[in-house]
Ligand binder design. Structure first.
Ligand SMILES: Nc1ncnc2c1ncn2[C@@H]1O[C@H](COP(=O)(O)OP(=O)(O)OP(=O)(O)O)[C@@H](O)[C@H]1O
Length: 586
């Protein structure tokens, strides 16, 4: 982490930080209400001190009526003070709740707008850590400290002036206590920031371990990894305990240092006040006022101390959050709309690499005429899925171009491009909702007829047999459905889209032979006239396609109709014979 990022000044200059500060503007009236209530509280405290001073200075000379009036005044100030603090607390909580939820919305929106590249490179636990741990650090600053920052100067000046008028010497002591308290922020500043950064990193590790264990719970159980998972997690937790205790100790030491000037001020005030009183320069009321208000004068400095500490926490502990906020989101709406009709696809010398020095595609060129079907075939890792990712514009080619209907794909908006692509993958992701929700995902206005047709064309007869039919809940990731049933729902989803391009990543792998055959023969019916790209691992899937593109090590080795390629006895034919000898023979 760079020093500039970790310095408070560097932090304030950062765009990610300012974006959150902007959020505060929305709540300016609530902040104002809190400010007024806090100032009301300071006013009540001042009057309380003044009334107390009058009682003690008046002593035996006060008439009964005056004494009663002063005591009633004190009672009113105490009650007002209570109500001011109640009101401030409620407003504070309203701001707090709003800001936390809005910050979550901002961060989630930013995360969903970031490219797939970011998400493929970042562990989901890391992202969750940002959403929870780092956000918590930020929230504390924005919600609590910002509010205190506003009321600080006013109460300091008001109380300071009052004490000065009561007695300049006592006033000076009270005012000087505060600035000395700021020194506590210098205590182990660098070490404090290092610890906070380590603490946040450890928070990320905790999330990482929990996420890995729970996401892979089936593998953990099948391989009896419970103990080793627990042992590793225990180590991370021990480190967490060490770091948290170290931070708390450091905070305690800083608090101790902060209290020293306050206590010295208290002792000095009592001593000097007593001398002045004995000499008859001030009455006992002045000392009472001093003691009542000493806290109030130093309060702003206590707040500044907390704010600086909080900023130090943010600058060291919210680095990932700020980095994410400053990333460029996908510009999904720039460009013209891709027409809703089957389109031709042309790859011209496309090369691509995920990592700079590891090319995955080399000068890939092919063309798929509009409405035709093409099978992408090749050994594992040859780059088939990568071609699809480029088509979705999840990544950009390093060189070469991809054209849709003879126009560069960059000329179309990403939103319309993705809207015209329908993909069915082997591993269909179902959201926790009903089957109907999962089929109609992204199509809020799909009619019952559309959904029923999609279910029918995807051979999803099983839905009718479920007691709640389309309203059956599928559970987390569709856990309540079999693999084949999930795939049918995925197919129904694609059918509903009526997209220009249909992409099938071996979608029938989990279907029984009979259903697969029906599915294949119905392909033209459900995929309509769309251009079809099929990633194939089984000969049965590609028998009827118009063209086959055989990829190997990121290069197109052969192209042609399935029959031609099988007859030519080239690389594709060899590959197929080796991989699918039984199917081939049959
Ligand atoms: N997100 C990624 N980051 C880095 N490398 C990747 C990423 N995704 C894929 N690769 C690499 O790119 C190469 C091509 O992968 P791709 O998934 O396109 O192959 P594939 O032909 O679809 O394989 P399969 O048939 O096994 O699905 C592989 O070497 C793979 O390791």
């Amino acid at each position: 982490m760079s020093t500039s990022t970790r310095s408070v000044a560097g932090l304030i200059r950062r765009q990610g930080f300012r974006q959150f500060l902007e959020l505060c503007k929305r709540y300016k009236y609530l902040y104002l209400a809190v400010l007024m209530l806090q100032l009301g509280g300071t006013g009540a405290a001042l009057l309380l001190a003044e009334l107390s001073r009058r009682i003690f200075d008046g002593g035996a000379e006060l008439s009964r009526a005056e004494l009663v009036r002063l005591i009633i005044g004190i009672a009113v100030m105490v009650i007002l003070g209570l109500f001011f603090s109640l009101g401030a607390r409620i407003c504070n909580q309203v701001v707090n709740t709003n800001i936390v939820f809005r910050m979550r919305q901002i961060i989630l929106r930013q995360l969903t707008n970031l490219s797939l590249k970011y998400h493929e490179r970042t562990h989901s636990a890391h992202t969750q850590n940002i959403l929870f741990n780092e956000l918590e650090v930020f929230k504390h600053f924005i919600v609590f400290d910002m509010l205190r920052l506003i009321s600080l100067p006013v109460s300091f000046v008001a109380v300071g002036i009052y004490l000065f008028t009561v007695n300049p010497l006592l006033g000076a002591i009270a005012i000087l206590v505060g600035p000395f308290q700021l020194l506590s922020n210098l205590v182990m500043r660098g070490r404090f920031k290092d610890l906070i950064a380590d603490q946040q990193a450890n928070g990320g590790e905790v999330f990482f371990h929990m996420d890995e264990t729970l996401s892979g719970i089936r593998e953990v159980k099948m391989n009896q990894l419970e103990q080793s998972v627990f042992t590793r997690f225990e180590k991370v937790c021990k480190e967490g305990i060490r770091l948290w205790i170290s931070v708390e100790k450091m905070e305690a030491v800083r608090e101790f240092v902060r209290l020293i000037p306050e206590k010295i001020g208290y002792l000095l005030g009592i001593t000097i006040g007593a001398v002045l009183m004995v000499n008859g320069d001030i009455g006992p009321g002045a000392i009472i006022a001093f003691l009542t208000l000493l806290d109030k004068v130093s309060e702003p400095f206590v707040s500044i101390t907390a704010i600086i500490s909080s900023l130090q926490r943010v600058s060291a502990g919210a680095e990932n959050l700020l980095t994410v906020m400053e990333m460029e989101p996908e510009a999904k709406d720039q460009g013209k709309a891709l027409p809703a009709k089957p389109c031709s696809i042309r790859f011209d010398n496309v090369s691509f690499a995920y990592e700079p020095d590891r090319p995955v595609l080399h000068n890939v060129s092919f063309e798929i005429p509009a409405g035709k079907s093409v099978a992408l075939v090749g050994p594992s890792g040859s780059g088939k899925s990568t071609l699809i990712k480029l088509l979705y514009r999840f990544y950009e080619p390093i060189s070469g171009s991809i054209r849709l209907d003879e126009r560069p794909m960059e000329s179309y908006s990403i939103a319309s491009l993705r809207g015209q692509l329908a993909a069915v993958t082997q591993d269909v992701y179902l959201f926790d909702g009903t089957i109907r929700d999962n089929i109609a995902i992204g199509f809020a206005d799909a009619t019952e007829d559309d959904i029923a047709r999609a279910a029918e064309l995807s051979q999803s007869a099983f839905i009718r047999e479920l007691p709640e039919g389309l309203d059956t809940r599928v559970g987390e990731r569709g856990i309540k459905l079999s693999h084949g049933q999930k795939q049918r729902v995925g197919i129904a989803r694609a059918v509903l889209r009526r997209a220009s391009v249909t992409i099938l990543d071996e979608p029938t792998s989990a279907l029984d032979v009979e259903t697969e055959a029906m599915f294949q023969s119905d392909l033209p019916k459900w995929a309509g006239a769309s251009t079809k790209i099929i990633i194939a691992h089984r000969l049965s899937t590609i028998r009827d396609v118009d063209y086959v593109i055989f990829l190997e090590n990121g290069r197109v080795q052969e192209m042609g109709s399935p029959k031609e390629l099988l007859q030519s006895k080239g690389r594709f034919s060899d590959f197929w014979r080796n991989q699918h000898i039984h199917e081939f023979v049959s």
